[in-house]
Write a protein of this length. Structure first.
Length: 235
């Protein structure tokens, strides 16, 4: 790959370094080593010069929450050899459905959404009723919204859901926020963003009603949204 990038007939703007990146999913990750599998067979490891940066994990527990998305950066050294300089890792939901997640709690939120959707699909199909279409997004970037007062606010939802009932042309939009901590500072910061979140759709929190203690669970609230999405449509 590096030899290809260094071809003399390639034109590069200014004095730019030739470098390339490898992106993949792994279940075998440590502070400076990544092992990928291909067709179920482990490939030779990639060893980085620097400690791999892992979102939401300290150096001591890197690799403890697989699977991971991993991006590795390759350079040519002064000795002429190509080497793996550094890497970044981010947890994925599963290898089969590798949605990036920021925590184990977000994985649990996704499991609950999947479980609720499967139950509704089975229940409605058994009753001979049309099954709603569900689309899930994991935003990778912040969005700018404007509240009733016109003030701009940046929000970054954990998940966004669109539920389209049979016979409808316009889906009902939902925002799902995983509430991972209970510290006063965290709660205050999250609650400040919730008005902006509601500009994007009906707000759901996991746990339901956070920070209040509710008898109704997030799973039960999710079932209600899937069975009766129109009741949650915002005007």
């Amino acid at each position: 790959m590096m030899s290809y990038l260094e071809k003399t007939d390639f034109e590069w703007e200014g004095d730019r370094n030739r470098e390339f990146f490898l992106i993949g999913i792994t279940e075998n990750l440590s502070q400076r080593k990544v092992i990928f599998k291909h067709m179920g067979i482990e490939q030779p490891p990639f060893t980085t010069e620097k400690t791999i940066k892992t979102f939401g994990e300290s150096i001591t527990n890197i690799g403890s929450k697989p699977p991971y998305w991993v991006i590795l950066r390759f350079l040519r050294g002064k000795d002429g050899q190509v080497y793996c300089d550094e890497g970044y890792a981010h947890c994925a939901y599963t290898k089969q459905n590798p949605i990036p997640v920021d925590s184990e709690k977000e994985r649990e939120t996704l499991r609950t959404i999947e479980r609720a959707a499967a139950f509704v699909r089975q229940k409605e199909a058994k009753a001979g009723k049309p099954v709603p279409s569900v689309t899930l997004k994991k935003p990778l970037f912040t969005a700018t919204v404007h509240g009733n007062d016109g003030e701009a606010m940046e929000v970054h939802p954990d998940f966004q859901l669109s539920i389209l009932s049979a016979g409808r042309q316009d889906p009902v939009n939902f925002v799902v926020e995983t509430m991972g901590y209970v510290s006063p500072e965290y709660i205050e910061r999250k609650l400040r963003t919730h008005p902006g979140m509601r500009e994007l759709g009906y707000l759901l929190t996991d746990p339901h009603g956070f920070p209040e203690k509710m008898e109704r669970t997030f799973y039960q609230e999710m079932l209600s949204c899937l069975f009766y999405p129109e009741k949650h449509r915002q005007m």
